[in-house]
Structures are given as C-alpha cells and as structure tokens.
Design a protein around this ligand. Structure first.
Ligand code: GTP
Ligand code: MG
Length: 415
C-alpha cells in the first residue's frame, strides 16, 4: 500500500458528521447499543411487494426472476400455462428474510370487483402493487389501479413477455422490423389503453422476466427506489438482482452509507489498549460474505445468472479478479487490516479531530480506520467484479452503460 493511496482514502465528511452526532458518550456499551439498533432497524425493515394481474400474465415467473430463481429451482413459485395461483402466496427473498413477494390470484374474471379483491387479499400489508399484463391492459387493470390508489398505495404497470412480442412482430414484418420502434409503440399503446380507462399518465414498464437486463426493468427498479422512504429504499436496492452496471453502482452506494456502523461495531468488541488492530474478525467476515452475496458473486447467484445468460458458470466466475473476490479468507482480511493499520495513522488523526469521543471508545481510532477501509475496499472490489461478470453475461447494450463500468481492478488500494 502506498502512503499516497491512503491519503486519498478519506472517510467522507457526511460519515464523520453522522458518527459525531451519534457518539455523544464515552461509554462503549451505550454507544454500541445505539449503533446496533441502527443496524438492526435496517435488518428488520420489511418490504412486501404485491404482484397481481390476469391469470397467465407471468406474475409467478416475474416473482421468480426478482428472487434470482429460475422456474425449475426448488423454492421457485409454480408457473405454467394452466391457472396455478388461487390465494395470496408469499415468497421470501433468498437472502433477505424480511422481503416478501406476494403472488396474488389472477384478476379479470367477469364478476371481478377490485375493492372486494383488495380486501380479500389483505391489501394493507403490501408496500406497493405491481400489476402485470401480457397482452393488453383492460378495464379490470384500471379498476384495480384506481382502488389501490384510493387505499393510499402506489401501483406500477408491468407489460410482461416483451421478448415474446418482439419475436412475433419480427416474424410478422421481418424487413421493416425495428426493435426500438416496436417497443415505443407497445408502450404507447399500453398507456393509451389505460388512459382510455380513465387513468392519467400511467407508469408502464416493458419487461421480460427471462431477460431482466433488457427493456424497462432497470427503470422500474429506479422508479420504485425513488418512491420508497430511506430504509425501504435500501432494502429494495439490496433485494433486486443487479442486472446493469448502474444498478451495481447504486447498490454499492447504498451499502457504503452503513460501513461506519459495521466498522465501529467490529472495533467495540475487542478494543483493548495496546492491541489497536485486534478486531472482531468473524463479524467482519460475515459482513464481507453478505456483501459478496449482495453483488451476486456467490456460487448460487453465479449459477442462476449463468443459466439466464446461457453461459457456463466457470466463464462468469473467471471475471472475478479482486483479491477478496477470489479468496475471501481470514488470512486475506488480516493482511489488509495490518497494512491499513500501519498506514492509517493519518486518517485516524482526522477521525479523532472530527469525532473526539471515538478515541476513548476504540483505543486510538486506528482499528476503526482499518475496519472501515477493509469494508470500503471490499465493496469497491466486489462492485467491479460484479460489473465484469455482468458484462461477460450480457454485454452492455449501449454506450451509457459501458461508461459506468470501471477500468480493470487495480488491486487493493493498500497493496
Ligand atoms: N417468453 C416469455 N414467457 C413468459 C414470461 N413470463 C412468463 N412467461 C410464460 O407465461 C406462462 C405463464 O406464466 P406464469 O408466471 O405461470 O403466469 P401467472 O400470472 O403466474 O399465472 P397464474 O398463476 O395462473 O395466474 C408460462 O409458460 C411462462 O413461462 C416472459 O417474460 N417471457
Ligand atoms: Mg402464478
């Protein structure tokens, strides 16, 4: 690690401010309780997403795709061409137990009553509704959207199976086929139909559950995130699969805001004077393992992506180049921490100036700085790995996405 590299790794001002305002006591137990409760409040934030629409519209397939599962997986929602969902069924997110996707029964039977349907499916428990249609949006969709709105909830329209429609259109008019134009027409047509049913400026997203990285899924994810409050936004960003470079970046930024809390907790447990870098390694390892999973770099997630992209898992895995991505071991972690502790004195002095009480709590602040940089560096490295894996899986569709990709991993800043 170069001294100059360490100088550039300043702890952001807003983190120091947040720490300063939280650390108002010299008593470790008191401060650690407060920090832990902030972290717990993230872990206990629930997100309940209702997915509804007509029978066969692709609700269950969409839910499987959001959970990073494909139809054949043991825990996947049942899908098929015969009606399969008859009562609200919750599907837990594979890594986030408080995130549930609810597969609601099909709407649109001749005697459909939106209010009754919403009461029967316990509408209060959902944070928002996704209304899926595979062909056209009808009166029942608009009726449901109005009832959802009247009950104070948000709704979003997903026009599903877009891949299938594109293929069919291409077959119909091969010489005049232009994908962008067909997509535009499809979206405008959906919006028109909904407006005709009395819904002003409806939000329609074109999606293929078999190719989430294409069409409007990234836009849907951004829209949902923007419209949720802070904690739920964080949970949504973590729970949705990152299928573009921009989504990886957003996930990283959201996780980064909580690094200081994780680093502080790892210091508290064993902050003994004279042993400034004696950190709680298992706690840090747990955080690193969860980061790796958040970015889809664990074997199970790589397997699902490989299946979706029709590539061998080994080809995707070969894109993981960072030290921690390749070897997430205690030895690798120790080596980064020791280097950071040697060169972290200056950053520790800065932290001490801004957060004077930290000194009492974590024996000089060096251990805190080391843990902070370990997590910070790991997040950067995993995000870069994830972007390379995605690029290998899908390639980038346009220049804008390619611009968001980092240059090859320069290795740890501490090397
Ligand atoms: N090509 C394509 N087919 C899809 C897509 N989404 C779903 N399907 C297919 O559409 C059929 C119905 O999908 P499901 O997910 O079971 O539909 P559903 O809305 O859950 O149906 P019910 O539970 O019966 O109400 C299945 O054969 C799926 O494979 C998609 O994005 N693209
Ligand atoms: Mg279903």
């Amino acid at each position: 690690m170069q001294r100059s590299a360490m100088n550039t790794l300043e702890i952001p001002e807003h983190d120091l401010k947040e720490m300063g305002s939280l650390i108002q006591s010299r008593v470790v137990l008191e401060v650690s309780k407060q920090v832990q409760s902030l972290l717990d409040s993230l872990d206990t934030t629930t997100l309940d997403i209702a997915v509804t629409g007509e029978s066969g519209a692709g609700k269950s397939t969409f839910i499987n795709a959001l959970r990073g599962l494909h139809d054949g997986d043991a825990h996947a929602a049942l899908t098929g061409v015969i009606e399969t969902t008859v009562s609200p069924t919750p599907y837990q997110h594979p890594h986030l137990p408080n995130v549930q996707l609810w597969d609601l029964p099909g709407i649109g039977t001749p005697c459909f009553q939106a209010e009754t349907y919403l009461h029967q499916t316990s509408f209060e428990r959902y944070d928002f509704f996704i209304i899926v249609a595979s062909e056209r949006f009808r009166q029942s969709h608009a009726q449901l959207a109005r009832a959802v709105k009247a009950m104070g909830k948000h709704f979003y329209f997903v026009r599903s199976k877009v891949d299938q429609d594109l293929r069919a259109t291409q077959r119909r008019r091969p010489s005049r086929f232009q994908e962008a134009q067909v997509l535009r027409e499809m979206k405008e047509d959906c919006q028109r139909q909904l407006e005709r049913e009395g819904l002003a400026s409806p939000k329609v997203f074109l999606v293929s559950s078999f190719e989430l990285h294409r069409f409007d899924f990234p836009l849907l994810q951004d829209t949902l995130a923007e419209e949720l409050e802070d904690q739920k936004r964080h949970v949504l960003l973590l729970s949705f699969p990152s299928v573009t470079a921009a989504a990886v970046q957003k996930k990283k930024n959201s996780l980064r805001r909580h690094i200081w809390k994780k680093a502080l907790m790892a210091c508290f447990v064993s902050a003994l004077p004279g042993l400034p870098i004696h950190l709680n390694i298992p706690m840090l390892m747990n955080t690193l393992v969860s980061y790796r999973r958040n970015f889809g770099l664990d074997d199970a997630s790589l397997g699902t992506l490989a299946f979706a992209a029709s590539k061998p898992p080994s080809e995707l895995k070969s894109q993981i180049c960072s030290t921690l991505g390749k070897d997430l071991s205690e030895n690798a972690v120790h080596s980064i921490l020791s280097q950071a502790a040697i060169y972290g004195q200056m950053a520790a002095r800065l932290v001490k100036n801004k957060v004077p009480l930290l000194d009492n709590l974590v024996a000089g602040g060096v251990s805190f700085v080391a843990a902070y940089y370990l997590l910070h560096t790991a997040l950067d490295s995993f995000a870069q790995d994830a972007q390379r894996v995605l690029e290998k899986a899908y390639g980038f569709e346009d220049e804008a996405q390619a611009m968001l990709c980092y240059p090859p991993d320069p290795g740890f800043l501490f090397d």
